[in-house]
Ligand binder design. Structure first.
Ligand code: DGL
Length: 289
């Protein structure tokens, strides 16, 4: 049993899709979220840069004594998961493998589309993960970089978003896929538009649920679950929640730029999902440059 928080990071607000699933599935757990909003998007950057950013994000979460780190970003998972698993002394859960397994479970024809940022598609991580589970599967990819700023701006639907989606998804429609992996944690924010362009015969895979299940599995396996016992145990005193006098907050949010705009768009997105986002703090990351 461990009462420390689960650390979750993303380049911006996309990782909130994973956070809301973790919160739904693991209601006894407390979390700390870092959105690196000053440096979003990661998806157009080189692999070396993404690895450096991911190490800094993880170091920030570790300074808050987290018990497990979730890389709630496909770009960072695709490029930095291996490195993070090597250097960190807490378990690390990425989003690619859970998403790949969910896609293989969902497909009937074995024709699976993958959309993601340029850096995720370039890494080939999804194709590798999918063909590892099912070597017969055929994958088709399309990078959709503009989806990220649209999600960050809160432009989930509407004519402009639809036109961009039609252009990005054209080759996947032609490839006759039956399953489409939303290989970027920002894309579930645009789910409605993507679904309307792809039509009802294509199953959309959002790795958030599968990732939350994996977090639950790892916590159990490692004996790190928070089992509520109504005692007066206080969490680690280095924990940010206790040090800023905010013990009541189950979910804590930090961003590297403008907390106000993050709270506005993030709260809109999380509304009705049982997670309250009413405040975010400005985080200062230790640069490894
Ligand atoms: N949400 C991130 C992902 O899952 C990346 C968005 C970005 O920073 O480009 O890939």
């Amino acid at each position: 049993m461990n009462r420390n928080r689960i650390g979750i990071f993303d380049s911006g607000l996309g990782g909130l899709t994973v956070l809301s699933e973790v919160a739904r599935l693991l209601s006894a757990e407390r979390t700390i979220y870092l959105g690196d909003t000053a440096r979003v998007p990661y998806g157009i950057k080189s692999s070396d840069t993404v690895i450096r950013y991911a190490l800094e994000d993880a170091a920030f979460l570790q300074s808050h004594k987290v018990k497990l780190i979730v890389i709630a970003c496909n770009t960072a998972s695709a490029n930095a998961e291996e490195v993070l698993k090597k250097v960190l002394d807490v378990p690390v859960v990425g989003v690619i493998e859970p998403g790949a397994r969910a896609a293989v479970a969902a497909t009937r024809t074995g024709r699976i589309g993958i959309i993601g940022t340029t850096a995720t598609i370039r890494s080939g991580a999804y194709t590798r993960a999918i063909t590892e589970v099912n070597p017969e599967a055929k994958t088709f990819t399309s990078a959709c970089p503009l989806f990220v700023p649209l999600a960050e701006e809160g432009w989930s639907t509407g004519e402009i978003t639809e036109k961009i989606a039609e252009k990005y998804l054209e080759s996947l429609q032609e490839a006759d896929i039956d399953t489409l992996v939303l290989g970027c944690t920002h894309y579930p924010l645009l789910k409605e538009t993507i679904a309307s362009v792809m039509g009802p015969d294509v199953t959309l895979i959002d790795s958030a649920t599968a990732t939350a299940n994996e977090v639950a599995r790892v916590l159990k396996e490692e004996g790190l679950e928070n089992i509520p016992d109504n005692s007066n145990d206080t969490p680690d005193t280095n924990d940010a929640a206790s040090s800023n006098g905010d013990n009541g907050d189950t979910h804590e949010f930090h961003v590297t730029d403008s907390p106000e705009s993050f709270v506005t768009v993030g709260a809109r997105f999380l509304s009705g999902r049982g997670v309250h986002l009413h405040r975010a703090s400005l985080a200062h990351l230790e640069s490894k440059a």
